[in-house]
Design a protein around this ligand. Structure first.
Ligand code: FE
Length: 346
């Protein structure tokens, strides 16, 4: 009798552990935006699946996944740049998945190329544009309305930009490589170096502040950094953001470069169905709005109405985006890094 009880108790314990594993999703996230919190709790409310989150930057997550290997508890990975998504895919850190729901709503150019079995390693979930900010006292809008013009000798000593090797820049330069080819891109990068007001340093917000303070006349930033400053509760930040001009480059040619923040199922996920369910949830209209708008980004799912005053003010409603497979941008990053080394772009 005693033995039977012990057997039942062990069985019960086992089932409890199983149920817990099925009902928890381990998320490795590089999204550094507190506004995502509600998104995760809504998912738990709707599905009963709890989310356990590990936060790190893109590079930190990639390192951690490699170190953990097959023992990794990660189910879902969230990264914030196309170059990094491509790197993780190439390093085999993602599990390519099939989801008719995701393929139906996320444009093909904003996700990984399908593998031989048609599986897709990652999906863009929101987009951010890489734009130009400038000092309206010193420059006309026309002087900086394309990426090419940033290399114009007329801008000598005026340009501020973060490190060339930062993923946001590797992706931008990789996109330009798609549009202009290798030789023109390297020449362009050389022109940027010649135009720098100072050595590359700081993040995108610092470049905006450097334009506002007069240290440089023109700079490059992701849109959400500017939107964040425009909506800041700090009035000094707000007035800095309001003082600079903003241009969505290349509206008369191939369009402004847009990068993606994306999601993937981890290679060694022990809970693939729930991981896919979470990705599909992120692509649902309500989640898209929250996911993108919470960080002042644009949804990837088209046809969604979004009312973000800062983004609207910045872009004047809508803007022309480049149309290239974002996966190609990641692929170019090794070539770009070699160009940066050759032209002395730190
Ligand atoms: Fe960022």
């Amino acid at each position: 009798m005693k033995l039977i009880f012990a057997g039942i108790a062990a069985l019960g314990f086992g089932w409890g552990g199983f149920a817990q594993a099925q009902n928890t999703l381990n998320l490795y996230s590089a999204r550094h935006y507190p506004t995502d919190e509600a998104l995760y709790s809504d998912f738990t409310k709707a599905t009963g699946i709890a989310i356990r989150r590990v936060d790190a930057d893109d590079a930190g997550i990639l390192t951690r996944l490699k170190t953990e290997g097959a023992a990794s508890p990660a189910d879902v990975i969230l990264l914030v740049d196309a170059a990094r998504l491509w790197r993780a895919e190439t390093d085999g850190l993602f599990l390519p998945v099939h989801s008719a729901a995701l393929e139906a709503v996320i444009p093909a150019q904003l996700r990984a190329q399908p593998n031989a079995e048609g599986g897709i390693a990652w999906f863009g979930m929101s987009t951010r544009a890489r734009v130009v900010v400038y000092d309206k006292q010193k420059l006309d809008r026309q002087a900086v309305d394309s990426y090419e013009k940033l290399a114009d000798p007329k801008l000598k000593g005026m340009l501020c930009i973060r490190s060339g090797s930062h993923p946001y820049n590797l992706s931008l330069f990789g996109a330009l490589h798609e549009h202009m080819g290798a030789a023109a891109t390297e020449l362009w990068l050389k022109g940027l170096v010649a135009n720098m007001a100072r050595s590359p340093k700081g993040g995108d917000s610092d470049q905006i502040k450097s334009v506002a303070s007069g240290e440089c006349a023109v700079a490059v930033t992701n849109t959400y950094y500017l939107a964040r400053m425009l909506r800041s509760s700090n009035s000094a930040e707000r007035s800095m953001a309001e003082s600079v001009g903003v241009v969505f480059p290349n509206q008369n040619s191939w369009g402004t470069h847009v990068n993606v923040a994306g999601a993937a199922v981890a290679r060694y996920s022990k809970n693939t169905p729930a991981a896919i369910k979470f990705l599909e949830y992120l692509a649902s209209p309500a989640a898209q709005n929250h996911f993108a708008n919470g960080n002042n980004e644009w949804p990837v799912v088209s046809g969604l109405k979004m009312d973000n005053p800062a983004l609207k003010a910045m872009s004047g409603g809508d803007f022309k985006r480049e149309v290239i497979p974002i996966s190609a941008v990641g692929k170019n990053q090794i070539k770009i890094q070699q160009m940066l080394d050759r032209v002395g772009f730190k």
